[in-house]
Structure formats: C-alpha cells, structure tokens
Design a protein around this ligand. Structure first.
Ligand code: ATP
Length: 229
C-alpha cells in the first residue's frame, strides 16, 4: 500500500543569504501493507506530522521516494497530487475540522457534492455512513451541538465518503476523554476490519499506539523501531 525509501526532509529557515537547513527526518524507510493499522509514535518535535505531511503530499521531501498504491507520489506535481489525494486518501484531524455552519449530514455530503455526485446517490451514501459511525439520529445536528466524540465520528464519515483505501489521522483522539477515546478506537478497528481501510495514525498516546498492527517510532528524525503487535 505504502512504500517509503530513504526519505529525508529538512526545513530551510532564515532569509536569503542567511539560510540554515534543519534536518528533521533522515533516511526513513518502511512499508505499510494494505488493510493494516499503523501507528506512528515519537516525542513532540520528532517529525511525526512532517512524515504525515510528506505522505499526504502537502510538502515535498528533500530526498527519497514514496509509493502509494504502486504510484510514485514523490514524482507528482501539485495538481497530480491533489487528484490522487481525492481518490486515495481521507483525513482525520485532532480538532475535527468540521464546517460549523453545516449539519453532520452536510459535512459528510460536501466531498460528494464537490465531486459532482447526484443528490440521490449522495443521500444514500451519507445516510449509510452516518449509520456506520453510529450517528444516524444526529444527521441534522450542527457540530456545535455534538460532543467531541460525535464530531470526530462525523469527520471519520467524511474521510470515508469517497471510499479512499487509506486514511491518515493526526492525533485523532487528542481532544477526547479516555472513555470517548476507547469508543472511537473501537470504531476505527471495526472500519479497518469491515471496510479494509488502511489507517496511518499519529499519536503520543500509548492506548492509541496499541491498536496498530504495526507501530513505527520516530526518534530524533530516525526510524527507531518497527514492531508488529
Ligand atoms: N514548516 C516548518 N518550518 C520549519 N520547521 C518546521 C516546520 N514544520 C515543522 N518544523 C519543525 O520540525 C520538527 C518536527 O515537527 P513535527 O510537527 O513534524 O513534529 P511532531 O513529532 O509531529 O510533534 P508534535 O507531537 O508536537 O506534534 C520540529 O522541530 C518543528 O519545529
């Protein structure tokens, strides 16, 4: 599903003629099998979000290659990556990133509308997904009327609505209490099992890390350990 070889990334800081290159990730290589949950752990500032941003194509690596679904995404230009992202990736964020003026239904529907899918098909797909994430009765609620856990369920449904094979999540339970977190992790495991979606999840939380079939640790920009649990 994902193959990463000798990936390195440095950020360039400072103004022209006074630039310094700060190495963040160095020679990272690993593979993620289709249908697995992989968790990425590491101290704050170790480069976890940078790795996710490289895989998502929001930043381009200083060196190395990334293949997703057999395509070398590091060779894409921005437009190619935007198209690829739409077809292959869904995103979940710590702060949910829902549109507050839209209901749960409308938030999940939005990617389908942007893609030009017809209304009857949109409706069917959104209702099916809201049901799958346990929010069938909350379709007309606005994000501000939902709990954090419910908002994250809406954002999971939105991430899944275009059937991406891969979902990337940055601290998906970071804003939730431990009970809500446990429910959400059960949901992610269920979706992984039932739908075969591959999940790549950044976390600093041990109980989240544990749901991974594989855990990758980043330490000072290096891949420290790979373990199958
Ligand atoms: N756009 C940027 N320009 C310069 N430096 C950056 C940029 N983005 C991140 N960094 C630096 O790269 C390092 C790694 O950041 P990153 O956000 O990837 O870490 P992280 O492991 O996700 O941390 P956290 O757990 O706190 O979110 C940090 O030292 C950060 O300051």
């Amino acid at each position: 599903m994902i193959k990463i070889t000798d990936l390195s990334h440095s950020f360039v800081l400072g103004k022209k003629n006074h630039q310094t290159s700060i190495p963040i990730l160095q020679n990272i290589s690993f593979e993620v099998e289709r249908g697995k949950i992989v968790t990425i752990v590491g101290k704050s500032g170790s480069g976890k979000s940078t790795l996710l941003n490289l895989i998502s194509g929001f930043i381009h690596p200083t060196a190395g290659q990334i293949w997703i679904d057999g395509e070398e995404t590091t060779a894409f230009n921005e437009i190619q990556f935007a198209d690829f992202r739409l077809e292959h990736m869904g995103f979940i964020f710590q702060t949910f990133q829902l549109i507050s003026s839209m209901t749960a239904f409308e938030n999940v529907e939005l990617p389908l509308t942007l893609k030009g899918i017809k209304e009857t098909e949109r409706r069917e797909r959104v209702l099916q997904l809201l049901d799958k994430v346990g929010l069938a009765d909350f379709r007309d609620y606005y994000p501000g009327e939902l709990s954090g856990g419910q908002q994250q369920r809406v954002s999971i449904a939105r991430a899944m609505v275009l059937h991406p094979p891969l979902i990337l999540a940055d601290e998906p339970t970071g804003s939730l209490d431990s009970e809500t977190e446990a429910d959400l992790l059960q949901l992610i495991k269920k979706l992984n099992r039932q739908e075969g979606i591959t999940f790549l999840i950044i976390t600093h939380d041990e109980s989240v890390a544990k749901i991974g079939h594989q855990t990758i640790t980043i330490h000072d920009g290096h891949l420290l350990q790979r373990s199958y649990i």
